[in-house]
Design a protein around this ligand. Structure first.
Ligand code: ADP
Length: 169
């Protein structure tokens, strides 16, 4: 009956359940802040049942934008991407819950809004790939790196939502 905790998994006997404490980094990009979509996007994650553990409005400098997208540094669109992300306010968020990294990507929809399903955030609010409204980490390891990049430890709040037992069985 040993319980061992891995980054995103919890093993209970023979059962492997996704860890409720998995975290992801999600950002509302400057286009969406300008368009007044902040409340709408936060609501989608809240209503889904995820727990907000970090939230702030940031004007990212180029260094932060370059660091955040460092894996794309060789792409032709990299300079425009960095210009755009550092051009205005970004809402930086950390969301916590079962399988949140993968589920957040589903809520966002495909990178190119022309290919995103209509019910997704990008499908509902975006048209161009370079103005695709939101970001969310693409893997648990990426999430760990991005959370550390955007937040300090004391900016992340550990709390127990009163409704947790109505979200999880
Ligand atoms: P995602 O944001 O879905 O994880 P990527 O990490 O591949 O996608 O790309 C990061 C961001 O760079 C995208 O959200 C998008 O805004 C921009 N981007 C990706 N591909 C292109 C492209 N071909 N042209 C312009 N911008 C792009």
């Amino acid at each position: 009956n040993q319980i061992s905790v891995q980054p995103s998994q919890l093993r209970l006997g023979k059962f492997l359940v996704m860890n409720r404490r998995e975290r992801t980094f999600t950002a509302i990009k400057p286009d969406a802040v300008h368009r007044g979509l902040v409340g709408e996007i936060i609501s989608i994650f809240e209503r889904k049942g995820y727990k907000l553990v970090g939230l702030k409005l940031v004007l990212p400098d180029r260094k932060l934008a370059e660091n955040h997208y460092s894996e794309l540094r060789d792409k032709p669109f990299f300079p425009d991407l960095v210009d755009f992300i550092s051009s205005g306010p970004v809402v930086a968020m950390c969301w916590e819950g079962k399988d949140v990294v993968r589920t957040a990507r589903k809520l966002l929809g495909a990178t190119n809004p022309l290919e995103s399903e209509p019910g997704t955030i990008r499908g509902r609010y975006g048209i161009d790939i370079g103005r695709n409204v939101v970001h969310s980490s693409d893997a648990v390891t990426t999430a760990e790196r991005e959370i550390q990049l955007w937040f300090t430890e004391h900016e992340l709040v550990d709390w127990d939502p009163a409704v947790a037992r109505w979200v999880y069985e």
